[in-house]
Design a protein around this ligand. Structure first.
Ligand SMILES: Cc1ncc(COP(=O)(O)O)c(C=O)c1O
Length: 395
């Protein structure tokens, strides 16, 4: 035990990202491993948000739409997220929830795919909202949604496939899916591919442009630390923007919103993915939160994430009695996101006990303990303490 604690201290001392923890406000004595659900509070957010409320809203009032650049926040903040997901500027727009952006992306994808194709392949293990929205989008566009294991997608693709919806990292198991390979296969079959990046953006390189992804969505409250209910984003690859036909053509996506004309004319670029008035308070909190990424390379974050999850697995093997927990997260780096999911009996009670001892992860039904590793603020000593505490519970 002393060996692993000493090893953790060595790893933390050598960790070049370790000092980034100062960019976050975290309670003392807590090991926070739930950043894959709600990221921690970046240090600058409270002051930035107070300024938005008291000065921008309280004093400048309606002038802030121009003078505080509120109106252009969805594109500006989209461009701030873009490098984190490997996108050139002008392709990411922020606003609405992930669910709403999925709806825009899936219906938009079906319209891009054109007539004659009948099926929408949907990640069979997807986070539920994606499946619900996909069913509805398929019904509205005359497609049949077909639940498909991502590994079976290449074989399932055909001339009848219009759209493919996949998760980059599975929310329950932490499995990383092959975005380059699956995107290439889908595009070769003439399908339009939509990726959900909720569990990968901010945790590992995504490479949207490099892999020629068509459309993508993601939330900002997990590894991007945007805050509870922070707005999501929609990526529309530049080559699709002129033809992207949103099913929610609100006035914010209009080419000339203040002309107030009865006819809809979509704006150029990713702006056509906007719908209604942006939620400025959440959005500007997110903008401040993204400052935590200044000077940080996603590749370095990925390297630390893998080192952390490797170390955690090693500590679990050393501390937790054999046979009590089983990792459902792939051991191979190529297939692992930034969380470790352990299956165990009484998982709900075990997580409750962990939290009462200061180790915060979460539980996913029916039997999974999830531990998310956010390299910006989680260290190796945190991983060691979490595994040691788990061992004590099974003790
Ligand atoms: C993969 C995935 N998609 C979508 C969502 C939720 O989307 P929304 O922002 O609409 O609540 C989550 C939330 O945890 C998620 O993990």
């Amino acid at each position: 035990m002393a060996d692993l604690a000493a090893r953790a201290a060595e790893l933390d001392a050598a960790d070049e990202l370790g000092k980034l923890r100062e960019r976050f406000t975290l309670p003392d004595g807590v090991v926070y491993l739930d950043g894959n659900s709600l990221g921690a509070l970046p240090a600058g957010v409270a002051a930035a948000t107070a300024d938005v409320v008291t000065r921008q809203w309280g004093e400048l009032l309606i002038r802030s739409w121009d003078e505080s650049d509120w109106w252009t926040a969805p594109e500006r903040i989209g461009d701030k997220i873009a490098p984190l997901v490997g996108a050139a500027p002008g392709q990411v727009v922020v606003g609405d929830s992930t669910s709403v952006n999925l709806f825009k992306a899936l219906v938009g994808a079906a319209r891009l795919a054109g007539p004659g194709r009948t099926r929408m392949l949907v990640d069979a293990a997807t986070f539920p909202t994606d499946g619900y929205i996909a069913q509805s989008a398929a019904r509205l566009t005359g497609l049949t949604a077909v639940p498909t294991d991502p590994a079976d997608v290449p074989a399932a693709l055909g001339e009848d496939t219009a759209v493919v919806l996949l998760n980059h990292v599975d929310y329950r198991t932490g499995r990383l899916h092959d975005l380059p390979g699956l995107t290439a296969a889908a595009r070769a079959a003439g399908a339009v591919v939509v990726w959900d990046l909720c569990h990968s953006a901010g945790a590992l390189p995504v490479g949207l442009d490099a892999q020629a992804v068509d459309l993508a969505v993601g939330c900002t409250y997990k590894y991007l630390n945007g805050g509870p209910g922070a707005p999501a984003y929609l990526y529309i690859a530049e080559r699709h923007q002129a033809a992207f036909d949103s099913p929610l053509p609100g006035w914010n996506g209009h080419a000339d919103p203040f002309a107030m004309t009865p006819g809809y004319r979509p704006a150029e670029g990713a702006t056509r993915g906007r719908v209604g008035t942006p939620d400025i308070l959440s959005m500007l909190a997110l903008e401040a939160a993204l400052d935590a990424w200044d000077g940080v390379a996603v590749e370095a974050v990925r390297a630390k994430s893998l080192a952390l999850t490797d170390f955690f697995l090693g500590c679990v093997a050393a501390y937790v009695p054999q046979g009590t927990v089983e990792s459902v997260t792939p051991a191979e780096h190529a297939h692992r996101g930034s969380q470790i999911s352990l299956r165990t009996d009484n998982a709900r009670e075990v997580m409750r006990e962990l939290i009462s001892r200061g180790v915060i992860g979460d539980f996913r039904a029916p039997d999974v303990l999830r531990f998310g590793f956010t390299p910006l603020y989680v260290g190796f000593a945190d991983a060691e303490r979490a595994a040691r505490t788990l061992g004590h519970i099974f003790g």
